[in-house]
Design a protein around this ligand. Structure first.
Ligand SMILES: [Zn+2]
Length: 194
C-alpha cells in the first residue's frame, strides 16, 4: 500500500518502536490523524517531557528526574542488586521484601555484538562497593546474562563481599521484565551464593 508522503513518514517513525510492524504503525498513524488535537498535543508534550526531564541516576543508572533516584536517596546501600536495564528494576520492585539498592549495567557482555566489560557499567559498580555486604547478580538467565554474572562475580568475590546469583526460579532464557511477581520473588529469595 502507498501512503502520501507525510503519512508514510509518520508510519516509518512509529515503525521504529519495538514490536510495531507496518500494519500497527499504520493503525497508530490513522488514529493520530483522527484524534482531537489536544490529545495529540498531550502525546507530543509527554514525549518531549521524558526526553528533557528524565535522565540516569548518577549512582545506580536508573531513570530519575533528579540527580539521584528515590531508591538511592532513601535506602541503605549494603545490598546491591545488579540488573541489565532500568526496566528490570520496575519488575523487581514489585517483589515485596527487597529493601536494598540497585545497579544498572545498561547492557551485558556479548562478544558477538562487540560489547565487552568496558562497554557496560562494571567500573561504576566496583567504585561503589565500600561498606557493601552483598551483591546480587540479577542479570537474565540467558548466555550473555550468565557470562556477565560470572565475570562480575570473579571481580568482586576476592574483595570479601558475598556474591549471589538469582535462583533458577526463572525459566532458562526468560526475561526478568516479563516474569511474574511470584517467580521473581522465588528467584530472589532462593538466590545462591557464588
Ligand atoms: Zn539511583
Amino acid at each position: 500500500m502507498r501512503y502520501i508522503e507525510p503519512i508514510a513518514k509518520l508510519i516509518a517513525e512509529l515503525g521504529k518502536l519495538p514490536s510495531v510492524g507496518e500494519k500497527t504503525a499504520a493503525r497508530y498513524a490513522y488514529a493520530l490523524m483522527e484524534a482531537p488535537s489536544e490529545d495529540v498535543d498531550a502525546l507530543v508534550n509527554a514525549i518531549k517531557d521524558v526526553r528533557e526531564k528524565v535522565h540516569f541516576c548518577k549512582v545506580c543508572g536508573n531513570f530519575t528526574e533528579n540527580e539521584v533516584c528515590d531508591i538511592c536517596a532513601t535506602r541503605k546501600p549494603t545490598t546491591i542488586c545488579v540488573v541489565k536495564e532500568p526496566r528490570d528494576i520496575t519488575a523487581l520492585e514489585k517483589v515485596k521484601g527487597y529493601d536494598g539498592v540497585y545497579h544498572v549495567l545498561h547492557g551485558v557482555i556479548s562478544p558477538l555484538d562487540r560489547v565487552g566489560p568496558e562497554n557496560i557499567r562494571i567500573k561504576e559498580l566496583l567504585a561503589r562497593l565500600d561498606g557493601v555486604q552483598e551483591v546480587i547478580l540479577a542479570t537474565n538467565p540467558d548466555v550473555e546474562g550468565e557470562a556477565t554474572a560470572m565475570y562480575i562475580a570473579r571481580l568482586i568475590k576476592p574483595l570479601g563481599i558475598k556474591v549471589t546469583r538469582i535462583a533458577r526460579g526463572l525459566p532458562e532464557g526468560s526475561v526478568i521484565e516479563y516474569a511474574d511477581e511470584g517467580t521473581l520473588s522465588r528467584a530472589l529469595s532462593s538466590r545462591i551464593e557464588l
